[in-house]
Design a protein around this ligand. Structure first.
Ligand SMILES: Nc1ncnc2c1ncn2[C@@H]1O[C@H](COP(=O)(O)OP(=O)(O)O)[C@@H](O)[C@H]1O
Ligand SMILES: [Mg+2]
Length: 392
């Protein structure tokens, strides 16, 4: 299919897309490289056309549900397709995290006719296919949906509630903590004044999930740090270079906002701050960089992977750009400790314990585990208090 890669209303390039293989096989014309996904623009600037075609296919495939999605096989069986790649062009490749889409070359269709910010989609079926325990296989799930293009390992689904688009996310396999850690991250950010995506708890199909509003609207896109830094930094100095790139592009208080994120991760022992779990928001009409994206995806925390009833690990390793570092070492990169008032977290372990107790009938978490998690949280707060005092 000859098609045009669009960024909202702007033509980016004209290419040949083979639907069956889900690859691009030819670029006919580059129209507006500035409006391309940043990873493609960075590739083009560095290597010209050489790797561009492959990168275009990779980027497009990367919009789909990843092969490592929790319980992918079950989901595919329920929606009756054999691979997430099949979903990619079902709804023009549209997403709720950016404004890219594939327009058939001869088509007169416009962004305003099809985007999922203006147009509702059926989310009940996909939510059911994702989270329910007893699925009715005779159901036909609508594939005209932004659920074709979600990233990440955890089961998730976009829903519409009173006109607002929300992302629902579950825990990994039988683990129940991720959704609660998202809410804990929100509690911390609200108390410390950090800009974050606001997660709450919701129960669907007898599972406690996290629910957060979409932080993108039809004039903006999320650009992950991975794309910003791609072909664009010395990996050994990525932290400073990332902050510099953001500042050069007009993002206010970039350093403060990045530091806040690492402070949050310190408290939570969040092991998963990889380069797709933070980034910036850009205006897709003017290409102006607007802000750092509000902190999201902080669920892989409080040692949930290694945790068992017998042990409690009070330190760990966090992702730090292209490397992994002990959380204590990551704090060496923080320049300004003055602005963190941790006394605001004094009631937090009790508040988090009550949240976990409230949903105990659903999660089946033991009292002992709740106690240990909240003791660990308190230990992290006290450890950070010590570091802040040492640095004043
Ligand atoms: N609130 C949101 N608004 C818009 N896009 C989002 C939002 N939350 C997540 N995303 C996008 O969805 C991707 C997957 O979500 P994430 O929370 O990271 O899931 P996972 O825990 O499975 O990695 C993110 O990398 C980001 O691109
Ligand atoms: Mg993620």
């Amino acid at each position: 299919m000859k098609c045009i890669l669009m960024n909202k209303n702007t033509e980016v390039l004209v290419a040949e897309y083979k639907e069956k293989l889900s690859v691009f096989t030819k670029i006919y014309e580059i129209k507006n490289i500035d409006y391309a996904p940043m990873i493609l623009k960075n590739e083009y600037q560095k290597n010209g056309n050489e790797e561009f075609l492959r990168q275009l296919s990779d980027w497009f495939k990367g919009r789909g549900i990843p092969s490592f999605r929790d319980d992918l096989d079950i989901l595919l069986a329920r929606i009756n397709i054999s691979s997430p790649k099949e979903l990619l062009d079902k709804a023009f490749g549209l997403s709720l995290s950016d404004q890219y889409w594939l327009k058939p070359f001869a088509s007169k269709i416009e962004y305003k006719d099809i985007n999922f910010f203006d147009h509702d989609f059926n989310s009940a079926d996909f939510t059911n296919a994702t989270f329910s325990n007893n699925y009715d296989f005779s159901l036909q799930v609508s594939l005209i949906s932004p659920n074709n293009t979600t990233d990440g390992r955890l089961k998730k689904t976009w829903i519409i509630d009173n006109g607002t688009r929300y992302l629902l996310k579950g825990g990994y396999k039988t683990e129940v903590m991720q959704p609660f850690n998202e809410v804990l991250a929100t509690m911390i950010c609200e108390k410390l004044g950090f800009n974050c995506t606001k997660y709450e708890t919701i129960v669907i199909s007898s599972k406690a999930l996290s629910k957060c509003p979409c932080f993108i609207n039809k004039d903006t896109e999320f650009i992950p740090a991975y794309q910003i830094l791609y072909n664009n930094c010395d990996k050994t100095k990525a932290y400073e270079e990332y902050i510099k790139i953001l500042e050069e592009n007009g993002i206010k208080d970039a350093r403060t906002k990045i530091e806040n994120m690492f402070i949050l991760d310190y408290l939570l022992l969040n092991e998963d701050r990889h380069l797709n779990n933070f980034g910036i928001i850009r205006d897709v009409n003017t290409l102006k960089w607007l802000d750092v994206a509000p902190i999201f995806d902080s669920g892989q925390a409080l040692n949930i992977i290694d945790y068992n009833d017998e042990e409690m690990i009070i330190n760990g390793q966090g992702r730090f750009f292209y490397t992994t570092l002990n959380f204590d070492i990551i704090t060496h990169y923080i320049k300004d400790f003055n602005r963190f008032d941790l006394s605001k977290l004094d009631n937090l372990p009790e508040e988090f314990a009550s949240l976990l107790h409230k949903y105990q009938n659903i999660t089946k978490m033991t009292d002992r585990r709740i106690d240990k998690i909240c003791t660990l949280l308190l230990a992290r707060i006290n450890k950070l208090k010590g570091i802040i005092n040492d640095n004043l």
